[in-house]
Each structure stands twice: as C-alpha cells, then as structure tokens.
Design a protein around this ligand. Structure first.
Ligand code: GUN
Ligand code: ZN
Length: 436
C-alpha cells in the first residue's frame, strides 16, 4: 500500500518487468517497444511519475517505499472499448445468431434494468469480474432505462474507475417495454450526459444501439444531440452480420450502405466508436478513415455469434483507428487476455500472425485512444493515471513450463496471452491504489 513520504506526496515504487510502447506497433512496427527486465514505475498521488530501470528509479527516490513484483510484468490496465454490462448474466447463451440472440436472450434480460436495485447489483458484479480480469476501463452500453445508466456510473464512481457509458436508444424492432421514443431518447440522453460527462473520471457516449432498432428520426435526433455535445463520444454497432446488413438495406432503402444510415443522421465522426465493423464496403472504409472514426474489434463475440473475421491487418494498413473489446455478453469472456488470444486466432485465419506487442497495444493504448483517453490512460508514461495491471507470466503449470523456454519478453508473455486467465492477474491499481 502507498504510504506518506516527505511533504504531502503519496509515493510508491513498483518493481517488475515493464513494457513501453512509444509508437502504435500496428502502424510503425513493434521494434520500438522498450522492455526492461528489471524495471520500475514510480507512482505519486495516483499518477505515474517516472518509468525506468529499477536501479535508476530507486537511486533517484531512495526514501520511497517499494513493492517488488519480481518477474511479473507491469502494464497499463486493460481497456475494453465495447461492452454491454447489462448482458453480464446472459453471457454464454447457446445457439443463436445475432438477431435471434438479441430477441431470445438479450432483450428479455435488458427489460429488467428499469429496476435500479437490480441494475446496481449487476453493475457491481460486472466491475468485480472485470477488475479481477485486469480491466481498469470499459466503454459500456446500458439499456433504454436511465436507471441503468445511473447504476453503472454510481458503481464506476464508487470504485474510482475511468469509464464510458450511455443510455441505449431504440424506438423500433424491440419488444414492448424496451422501446423509447425519438423525444425521450433525446431528452434522457441529454439529461444523463449533462449529469455525468466529465464528472471525475466518467464520460458519456450517446448510444443508438444500431440502425435496425432506431427510426431515421431517432438517429437524427441523436445526431443533433451529438452536434450540441461534440465533446461526448458516440457508440453504435456497424456491419456485424450479413443478415443484419441485409435488414438495414430493407429498413433504409435510401442509404447506399450501412454507414450511410449513420452519416445521414450526423452520427459519423472522430469521436464515434463503431463496434464490429466486419463486412465493410470500400466506401465505408474510406469514409471511416477520412473522418478518423474508431473501429472496435470484438473477436470472441464475432466467433461466438458467428459474425465473421475482422480485417485487422488490412484496416491497420489503411491507418484506421482500432480498439479491442470483449463485447460482453455477445462476447464469451470478461477477460482481455482471452480477447487478445481470440484476436490472434482471427488474424491467423486471415493469414496474419499478430505480434504480442500489437495485441498488448490494442488492449491498452489502442483502446484508450479510441475512447479519447489516450493521453491519460493506456500507457506507462509519466503524467498518466496509475491504472495498472501486474501480470504473473507463470500463473499455471502449463504457462510456466512454456514461458521457461522463452528467449525474450514476447515469447515470455505470449503463453499468458493465449492461455492466461484471472490467475495471471497478480494485482490491479486504480489511480495507484490497490483494487485487486
Ligand atoms: N447489435 C445490436 N445490439 C447488439 C448487442 O447487444 N450485441 C452485439 N454483439 N451486437 C449487437
Ligand atoms: Zn455490442
């Protein structure tokens, strides 16, 4: 635990292996990554004050207490850029593709979130599970109910977790009791963003679920709200499944493609987060690139619901902004380790062996960047918030025996990426404080 040192500062030095990524390895290659086998992170007042070799940092701060994590790897906490916390209790529901999965499992569960006590209970459980998995920031969909947003932000606030959330808006193609209206979507979203956006470490995302569940008028109303509050994020789904894309074409005959349904409503922009983005046309890719929108890769979900293979290499070659996410509970895990493993496997199916540096970067700085938080979290850099995860690289016998053969840090960390779970999470810090 941190203790008081001279003056008013609360400082602590963490020792372990460290990895620092000066560049985006998907754009610039992974070779500039800096590994320190005996590194140190100095935390002062909840922020990273210095990163360097253990010897240098200790010599410069001889009176600061030390927590030695040995060979464990100190990383920025994982950032999960697209989740649905209300789907916590229905994760791993069997047998459906997207639209049937929404109708059979998701919508009945989401109906329950008008009950604030239930929403608080699930939000609390969600944060317990994700912190235990080393995730220190998430961007979550809520439900149509303002109570579900209040519950999420209150639970995030009580833990001091930096997070993004928004009221999910849908005014059609959803059951009775799970639809809002054009006006209530606008009014409720506005009230909630005024209450929560920028409060402590919280941010608001205007959240039309996806084009099939919003009328054109509702998308337009949310586009107006975003224009009034461009500082907020906007999150939605884009081109996840082929059946969904065909349905969008029926519902919006005037639109050239799926992205156009958002663009026409003022819902395309650099602060926009577009989940899945698998079956994109050339025009859509070009527009997303032009505006600097963020594409969120959800690999366990894309395999679990049978959606398709995200073109990580091709999209990175176009210099698209990309984040990584579980998409809990369409995704089959709360863990960003499992999610990195799935991203590796999906890239392999596309003929690309994603480097561990690229996977780790996506799960930290990459996702943080898509949330507009890339200058505060997601990197081991002085001035950044000390949201950290400490990974045991030998957390099970199977991982330990493989890591023992490693010749470098990439070989040492890769078995944990592919086979690691909560047992690999040796510790989690939120603003320097022990959270796990
Ligand atoms: N598209 C619209 N809503 C959802 C959702 O809840 N999960 C997933 N995976 N896709 C969606
Ligand atoms: Zn989703």
């Amino acid at each position: 635990m941190a203790v008081l040192t001279s003056g008013m500062n609360t400082s602590e030095i963490l020792l372990g292996q460290t990895l620092v990524f000066p560049d985006n390895p998907l754009f610039e290659g992974w070779q500039s990554a800096r590994h320190d086998a005996r590194g140190a992170v100095l935390i002062t007042d909840g922020k990273i004050a210095a990163v360097g070799s253990a010897d240098d940092v200790r010599r410069a701060h001889p009176d600061v207490p030390v927590t030695d994590h040995g060979d464990a790897l100190i990383l920025p906490g994982f950032v999960d850029a697209h989740v649905h916390y209300p789907q916590t209790a229905i994760i791993a529901s069997w047998g459906k593709r997207l639209i049937d999965w929404l109708n059979a499992y998701t919508f009945p569960e989401e109906m329950r979130f008008g009950d604030k006590a239930y929403a608080r209970q699930v939000a609390g459980r969600y944060f317990d599970l994700t912190l235990a998995a080393g995730t220190t920031t998430v961007a979550s969909y809520c439900t149509i109910h303002p109570e579900s947003v209040q519950a999420f932000f209150e639970e995030a606030q009580s833990r001091g977790v930096a997070s993004v959330a928004g009221k999910t808006c849908m005014d059609r193609n959803a059951p009775d009791g799970l639809r809002d209206t054009v006006q209530s979507a606008y009014d409720d979203s506005k009230r909630l963003l005024e209450q929560w956006h920028g409060r402590e470490r919280l941010r608001y995302a205007i959240t039309p679920r996806f084009s099939p569940t919003s009328t054109r008028e509702q998308l337009e109303a949310l586009g107006v709200l975003w224009a009034e509050h461009p500082e907020c994020l906007m999150q939605t789904h884009l081109s996840e499944q082929t059946e969904e894309i065909a349905w969008v074409a029926e519902l919006f005959p005037e639109a050239d493609d799926y992205l156009e349904t958002y663009e026409a409503a003022g819902l395309l922009g650099a602060n926009g987060l577009y989940g899945h983005a698998i079956h994109l046309r050339e025009r859509e890719r070009a527009r997303l690139r032009e505006v600097g929108a963020a594409l969120i890769h959800c690999p366990t979900s894309n395999m679990f619901i049978g959606s398709g293979l995200f073109d990580l290499k091709g999209l990175a070659a176009e210099r698209q902004r990309i984040g990584l996410a579980t998409d809990t509970g369409g995704g089959s895990s709360f863990s960003m380790l499992r999610t990195m493993a799935a991203a590796y496997e999906v890239a392999q199916l596309n003929g690309y062996a994603c480097h561990p540096a690229e996977l780790l970067w996506l799960a930290t700085a990459g996702s943080a960047g898509t949330l507009g938080m890339g200058t505060r979290i997601g990197s081991l850099k002085p001035g950044y918030d000390a949201d950290l995860v400490v990974l045991d690289l030998a957390s099970t016998p199977a991982i330990a025996q493989r890591a023992a053969r490693a010749d470098d840090i990439w070989e040492a960390v890769f078995p944990t990426i592919m086979m690691g779970d909560d047992r690999a999470i040796r510790g989690v810090r939120i603003m320097g404080k022990v959270a796990v």
